[in-house]
Design a protein around this ligand. Structure first.
Ligand SMILES: [Zn+2]
Ligand SMILES: [Zn+2]
Length: 59
């Protein structure tokens, strides 16, 4: 898994598996992902910032 927010060496930063379950966390920004649960919503600063911006819905 790679963090969509952090780039390292020209590639997205690899996220670290957390052992239990399928959690992955970015060591730099704290972004969390849970690939086995598509409904999981990360609450890291980057994701919150994205949510706070009103996304323009297509159509
Ligand atoms: Zn990150
Ligand atoms: Zn996040």
């Amino acid at each position: 898994m790679r963090c969509p927010y952090c780039v390292e060496g020209g590639h997205f930063k690899v996220m670290i598996g957390q052992g239990r379950g399928d959690w992955y966390m970015c060591a730099r920004c704290g972004h969390l992902t849970l690939p086995t649960d598509p409904l999981f919503e990360c609450t890291c600063a980057k994701c919150v910032e994205l949510k706070n911006r009103e996304p323009k819905t297509r159509g």
